[in-house]
Structure formats: C-alpha cells, structure tokens
Design a protein around this ligand. Structure first.
Ligand SMILES: NC(=O)c1ccc[n+]([C@@H]2O[C@H](COP(=O)([O-])OP(=O)(O)OC[C@H]3O[C@@H](n4cnc5c(N)ncnc54)[C@H](O)[C@@H]3O)[C@@H](O)[C@H]2O)c1
Length: 447
C-alpha cells in the first residue's frame, strides 16, 4: 500500500479515535501527553525503562507533585492507559511518540544516546503503516539524519513503509493557565502524507495544531523558542547587575516597561537558569551550527551571563552580610530557600540553588535549605556531596538560628512573615518580598 493510502486510512481511524498511541518515556512530557490522549478517549500504551513509573500509573499513584493523585486516578479510571517495560508490545501501536531525555554530555555537546537507543528498540518491532514522532528537543536534522537510518535497520523504508514526524513538546510543568492540550502544537514531517498523519493524530487532543513545511523546521522552532528565552533572561540578568550598582531596582524598571502595549515583553532576572530545557537546548544549535561554519555568539554570551549569576548572587550576599551584620560568610549559618529550579514544582534538574549551596559551602558557610516540595536533596552527578541533605522546618525557633536567608526560588504559599521577624538579613533573588518592603525594608537586600 502507498504511504498516501496508509495516511488516508490513518486519518480516518484517528478521527474515529480508533488508534492505539504508544508513548515512550513517561516523564514530565510523556505523562501529561498520555493523559491528554486518554482523557479524549484514545487508547495509550506507555513505555518506560523505569518499572516504578509503570507501577504508579497502573495503581493511579502520583510521581510528580504537579500531577497529583486526582489526575493519576482519573487516568487509571479511564481504563484507556496501560504502562509497560515490555518494548515488544510496540508492535501493537499505530503511532509511537518518543519523549525521552536529550541532555548534554560532559563536553556540553548533544547526548542523543536516549533517542538512538529508543530508535534501535523501535526498529526491532517496527511494522508497516506505523507513525513514529520524535518529541524530544533536539537540533535541526535529527529526525531525518539520525532517526530515519536507525529505524530503517528494520528493513522498512522511511516515507514509504512507515511515517515519521517531529513535534516539539512545549510542556510547562506547574503552569496554571496552559496544559498539554491547550498549548498549540507544531508539527513538521518529511512529506505531505506523513504530516497529514501527525496532524490528524494531535488534532484529536490538542486545540490548535500548527503544521510547518519540514521536520527540520519544527526542530528549529523549538530551539528558537528556548534560545529566545535564554537570551532575554541573560539580558535582564545583565541589566540587573548594572542597575544594582546604579541604585535602580530592575524589577521596578520591568514592571513599568511592560506597561508599553507593544514592542516589549517582560522577562525576569533570577539566580541563574535551571530545568531540563533552557540551560541545555540552545547548545544543541551551537553544536549543529559548527557543521555549517557558524558560531552562535548570542547563545554563548547568554550562557556565560546566566552561568555567572550564582557567583554574582553570592558576591551580593557576602557584601550584604558585611554591611548589615559585620559578618563573613565563613562560619555563618545560611538558609537557602527553594531548591527547585522554578516556583511550585519539585524539579531540581540544573537548579541554580544547588550551585548556590555549593558556593556557600566552598566559602565555609554552614548551609541548610528549605523547600516544601523537596524534603531531601536528590543525588546528582554535579552536586553529589550535598545529596541527602534534608529540608529545614519552617518554624520561628528554627529560623532564628540563621544569620541570613537567601531566597532562590519563590514557591507560592511560603509565609515570609516568620522569616522576616526571625532572621536579621534576607537576600532576595526573585523580588519575592516586594510587599514587605515598608515593614522590613532594612532587612531585605535584592540580588
Ligand atoms: N520537562 C519539560 O518541561 C520539557 C518541556 C519541553 C520539552 N522537554 C523535552 O522533552 C524530552 C523529555 O523530557 P522530560 O522532562 O519528560 O524528561 P524526564 O526525564 O522527565 O522523562 C524521560 C523518561 O524517559 C524514560 N526513559 C529514559 N530512557 C528510556 C528508554 N531508552 N526507553 C524508554 N524510556 C526511557 C525515563 O525513565 C523517564 O521516565 C526532552 O527532550 C526535553 O528536553 C521537556
């Protein structure tokens, strides 16, 4: 059967919700995506190498803070979702969506090993008519240059026997306004027939699907979005440093600037970049650009500025302790507030808070942290020495023991009142204390 015929049949079955969707990688991206499909009446077979996640899905038990028990039970109760570590069952699905990690290696180059291993496994079970969509963030060219040749080891031909597409994930864990099915989804594919299949699949669950002319274009869209964020965050971080020395509050500047109804979009400074996306993804393009003889100077510069932020914050903290308390960082008791890389999530990947804790320990401080969502510091390759550290309790007695507190992440729901009455100095990297400026201004230093 020609791919055009296969596509027509696929579209008809997608409209009738008669497809089984395979999702590989049931993490921050794959789990809510699966949820979107089952909630809209599609069968999902989820695959992960992590048996614990599969068990949790079967039992309706949460494993992320932002996807709680109610949602996990609802997924289970639809009866549409199965989760398995048995990849031989890939032959049962009509579409395979790949949502595995795409980190950087030690040399800050793309590490596509999760994607290539997954494609090797798919190739062992691939059958004619299946659609394979890569959702992991990656550089332009991955779908056709990396994924296609591995899948073709099955003996089947891409664009003839099976279809491929790329559709970047725009998931934003913890976002109160948008979730998987209400965030427009970009789809690119090597041919019209393949794009038609992918568009039909996502149209069943996503409010707006945005087709683009090729898989490489869709890959470039995702990187463009994240580079835009990284560069703009670096810009406000740089402005923060300059304005601080001029005695100007950058948050006040941004709040006033954003009243301009066109030509300005607010970004906010912080203690550095975190998460699995913004600190990492831009360097996927840097690496690929070299093949074409280009350097990506904006990306490198933004990386440099953002990476220096934790050092800057610690410098400000040291100066504030000197000026306000006549104390040095060495031997002082410091409380770092917020371990997650952003508010209201329990994700510590690439979190600048870990770097801040390391820098403080390096300078001889006695460091403790508080994060209501992360009771224990998880083991990471880069910050192994602080793994196992436990979150402090938020009581006035406990808080009184600290010389200084450093707000790294401003989770909603933290009551800063007891902190401000107990601790003589609070260094705030998020403007979390702006409403307390009148009462406690002399204790608050922005960094
Ligand atoms: N986290 C986000 O907010 C976000 C947003 C947009 C895009 N992305 C991109 O989505 C992709 C996935 O990110 P994530 O945050 O969901 O990662 P994650 O680490 O939360 O989840 C990945 C899952 O894949 C599983 N896995 C690893 N190797 C596997 C294999 N060989 N076979 C099957 N399962 C395997 C892991 O056990 C894990 O459950 C990345 O490319 C990331 O850049 C993430």
């Amino acid at each position: 059967m020609s791919l055009e015929r296969i596509a027509d049949d696929f579209v008809t079955r997608a409209e009738a919700k008669d497809l089984t969707v395979g999702v590989i990688g049931l993490g921050y991206v794959g789990l809510p995506l699966s949820e979107g499909f089952v909630r809209n009446g599609h069968r999902v077979l989820g695959f992960d190498v992590d048996e614990a996640k599969c068990d949790a899905i079967r039992e309706g038990r949460p494993y992320f803070k932002h996807i709680g028990a109610e949602r996990m039970e609802a997924i289970r109760d639809t009866g549409f979702m199965e989760a398995t570590t048995d990849f031989a069952r890939l032959s049962e699905v009509d579409a395979v969506l790949i949502c595995v990690p795409t980190p950087l290696n030690l040399y800050r180059e793309p590490d596509l090993s999760f994607v290539t291993r997954t494609c090797e496994t798919i190739a062992e079970h691939l059958r004619p008519g299946q659609l394979v969509v890569l959702e992991s963030t990656t550089y332009p060219g991955t779908t056709e240059e990396v994924m296609a040749p591995i899948l073709e080891r099955s003996g089947l031909k891409a664009g003839v026997d099976f279809a491929m597409a790329y559709s970047p994930e725009r998931e934003d864990p913890g976002n109160q306004h948008f979730e998987t099915t209400t965030i427009p989804k970009v789809v690119g594919a090597p041919s019209e027939a393949e794009r038609k299949m992918a568009v039909a699949l996502y149209s069943g669950i996503i409010s707006e699907v945005v087709p683009v002319s090729s898989a490489a274009t869709a890959e470039a869209v995702k990187l463009t979005e994240n580079i835009f964020r990284s560069v703009n965050i670096a810009l406000v971080n740089e402005l923060k440093v300059v304005f601080q020395d001029m005695g100007i509050d950058v948050w006040e500047v941004i709040d006033a600037a954003k009243t301009k109804p066109f030509g300005f979009m607010p970004f906010y400074p912080g203690p550095g970049l975190g998460g699995h996306c913004i600190p990492i993804d831009p360097f996927y393009l840097t690496w690929k650009a070299r093949e074409f003889g280009h350097s990506t100077r904006f990306i490198e510069l933004a990386g440099e500025i953002n990476t220096r932020m934790p050092e800057h914050v610690i410098e400000r903290l040291g100066r504030a302790m000197n000026d306000h308390l006549a104390k040095a960082i060495r031997s002082s008791k410091v409380l770092v507030i917020g371990l997650a890389y952003k508010k209201n999530v329990d994700d510590t990947r690439e979190s600048p808070s870990l770097e801040l804790i390391d820098l403080l320990i390096e300078r001889g401080a006695d460091v403790t942290y508080y994060d209501p969502f992360i009771p224990v510091v998880p083991l990471t390759r880069k910050h192994a020495e602080i793994a196992g550290m436990e979150s402090a309790s938020w009581t006035e007695d406990k808080l009184k023991q600290f010389d200084v507190a450093l707000i790294a992440t401003d989770h909603d729901g933290i009551d800063y009142k007891p902190l401000l009455s107990a601790v003589p100095l609070v260094v705030d990297t998020r403007n979390a204390l702006h409403t307390y400026a009148d009462e406690y201004g002399d204790k608050i230093v922005k960094a």
